[in-house]
Design a protein around this ligand. Structure first.
Ligand code: 5GP
Ligand code: MG
Length: 191
């Protein structure tokens, strides 16, 4: 579908990354996995719920053998600001001891969520732990954390779409976009 035909949701200010750009960014990430995980024991761990469309696309394009698992972590309590302490809501089933773990995340902002996840995984003694993220907001970093691969680096904006939510909605947008200020300002006035 061409970009000009994309219908823009009325809550959206502007598209930051189009459907086509997302698709090509993900193909490159899949290639990076295929190049780096030959003859490894790869376990991709997708962080719920935002990374589901991302990992779904990767799953069909990664050609090296892998297992996939899901970890549920909450950082946001509704609005647009992350809560300070990430909470593990459900654990993975895979045994990652001695395995090459690749964390698949939607977006890294302060870095607190993934730092917490890495500390948790280290307790199981995996062979390696790497981080692949669809989006990186390096200016938001509050702890030292570098993604091993980021499809897109973006400025400090609150964005939605392609798995990323606002109050659990708008994950279904096929593009990544900036929300209109009036949408979240109205919400905070209502509280
Ligand atoms: P952290 O600040 O711990 O790096 O990021 C925590 C989580 O906040 C991310 O995994 C993601 O789910 C969410 N997050 C961070 N920035 C944004 C954003 O711009 N939009 C949305 N929808 N979620 C975000
Ligand atoms: Mg997340």
């Amino acid at each position: 579908m061409s970009n000009s035909k994309t219908t823009i949701d009325s809550r959206i200010k502007r598209i930051i990354i189009s459907e086509q750009e997302i698709a090509s960014g993900i193909s490159k990430a899949a290639q990076w996995i295929n190049d780096n995980y030959k003859n490894k024991d790869l376990v991709m761990v997708s962080i719920l719920k935002g990374s589901v469309p991302f990992v779904g696309q990767l799953m069909t394009q990664v050609t090296v053998d892998y297992q996939v698992d899901f970890l549920s972590v909450s950082s946001f309590k509704g609005g647009i600001k992350a809560a300070t302490n990430p909470e593990i809501l459900s654990k993975i089933n895979a045994d990652i001891t001695g395995k090459d773990v690749l964390i698949v995340e939607d977006i890294v902002d302060s870095g607190k969520t993934i730092s917490h996840v890495i500390e948790l995984f280290k307790q199981s003694n995996p062979k390696s732990i790497k981080l692949l993220t669809l989006l990186d907001k390096p200016e938001g970093r509050e702890v030292e954390l570098k993604a091993d691969y980021a499809c897109f680096t973006i400025p400090l904006l609150f964005i939605v779409g392609y798995g990323l939510d606002y109050g659990e909605y708008l994950r279904n947008l096929p593009y990544i976009a900036e929300l209109k200020e009036e949408v979240y300002l109205k919400e905070s006035e209502d509280k």
